[in-house]
Design a protein around this ligand. Structure first.
Ligand code: MN
Length: 256
């Protein structure tokens, strides 16, 4: 790499979040760091993009911008509107989320989606999350080491890595490479009535269990390790190809 690396940062807790500040400060020694983050908190917006209203931009300082949209909106705009970056970035980095993104939480997470939007555009990407407020000094030093190694190792490819990193609450014992685990949520619906007499609902409960899955992200974090999980962008389920053929009426009769 002859140029200084360009690192594009976003998050889902908003441009003023402590975790984003920790991330930016940790990565400044590695290259040009450009922040394009949501103006307000966008946790659990997953990979949604905003196509039914205009998106507003605020420049907070040179290389620190916010957009009143989702993390995926921010990465999309940063990559395809020329004012944000002088060239295509070398890495997209999202976080550091205030709270873990483990197990099936990766489907709901705006933090992971910000990174995924970069990976979908062919750019290597990290999502970072901490089971806490992401302020401790050791977090920045792990972020620096992981990102620096990725910059040194990574070769241009049409299948770039998407790495989901979770930090335990306290200073870790080390780093483990893991698989996505499984969450069990408290499935909760609370019906209420508004002052106008119309009924409304609150949905969503806390995570109550993760199941015990050997080698999972949650198991590593519970044991006091940093979890690094490579996520795949290939959504086709090979194990259900046979079923799909049967449903489609294309399977041999004996299999039905
Ligand atoms: Mn968040």
């Amino acid at each position: 790499m002859t140029d200084r690396p360009i690192l594009l940062l976003t998050n889902d807790d908003g441009v003023h979040a402590k975790g984003l500040r920790t991330l930016r400060e940790a990565l400044l020694p590695l290259g040009q760091v450009v922040v394009v983050a949501p103006t307000t908190e966008q946790s659990a917006t997953s990979h949604s993009i905003t196509i039914d209203r205009p998106l507003r931009h605020i420049e907070h300082s040179p290389d620190v911008h916010s957009i009143d949209g989702t993390p995926a909106d921010c990465i999309y705009l940063a990559l395809f509107e020329q004012r944000f970056l002088s060239r295509r970035p070398d890495l997209v980095v999202s976080g550091i989320n205030h709270g873990s993104n483990l197990g099936t939480g990766v489907f709901y997470s705006g933090t992971v989606a910000g990174a995924r939007e970069g990976a979908l555009r062919g750019i290597p990407a990290f999502a970072f999350s901490h089971d806490g407020d992401a302020e401790a000094a050791w977090i920045g030093s792990y972020v620096f080491d992981l990102v620096q190694r990725c910059l040194l190792l990574n070769k241009p490819t049409d299948h770039p890595p998407l790495l989901n990193v979770n930090f335990p609450r306290e200073q870790p014992l080390g780093v483990r490479v893991t698989r996505v685990g499984r969450h069990i949520y408290e499935e909760r619906v609370i019906p209420r009535v508004d002052p106008g007499g119309r009924e409304y609902f609150w949905i969503g409960g806390k995570v109550i269990d993760y199941g015990v899955i050997e080698g999972s992200d949650k198991q590593a974090v519970d044991a006091g390790y940093v979890s690094v999980t490579p996520l795949d962008l290939e959504p086709t389920a090979s194990e259900h190809m046979g079923l799909a053929e049967q449903v489609a009426g294309l399977a041999a009769k004996k299999d039905v």
